[in-house]
Design a protein around this ligand. Sequence first.
Ligand code: 5RP
Length: 231
Amino acid sequence: MTTTPSSSLTQDELKALVGQAALQYVVPGEIVGVGTGSTVNKFIEALASMKDRIRGAVSSSVASTERLKALGIPVFDANEVESLAVYIDGADEIDAQGHMVKGGGAALTREKIVAALAQRFVCIADESKLVDVLGSFPLPVEVIPMATEHVRRRFQALGGSATVRLRDGQPLVTDNGQHIVDVLGLRIRDPLMFESEVNQWPGVLTVGVFAHQKASVCLLGTAQGVKTLTF
Ligand code: 5RP
């Protein structure tokens, strides 16, 4: 289903379009799960318009928490919540089955935790994120620092090329105090099996494949408007 025809929109405008469209999935009176990233930032801005009709949010990162609080939206700890009706987040890649690669913003572990609390995962993305096979975007993996080299070698054995993500010349430190390894050169044809296997490797906190916690719905920003994919 496609709504809201539009002419040539920038990527930023497409993000704003899907951020706004995601409001229809927010359940009044409830707590909403909120992801991380530039697309989610548009959603957070839109969510402010209905802040008096929700109880608040559970956030997947320090950055999103700060934005939510700045707009007067109460933020709950994930441990205070047994279940969420919906989790709204972006993706770096999504395939036709709703499997995703996430973690471009280094928030993958908390994103997977909040997604696991939710009955429904609504992915918001522009159409550049839709792929046939996951793996073109460098796959983010959150790793305990002492295991980085071991994990890098294991990806190399699978044909991938893994590097530690840097910020200002130093390994980036996540909200959880860990590092991110980005893996290039993989074609992830069986995302469910891949996610299960890599998550078993010692030192891997979370692999950025979201197959067990895949999207239920994707709102895709296209030149023709918002296209709704359901999985
Ligand atoms: C952060 C994520 C983001 O959802 C993903 O990187 C997409 O971000 P953006 O909306 O900025 O393209 O997984 O860890």
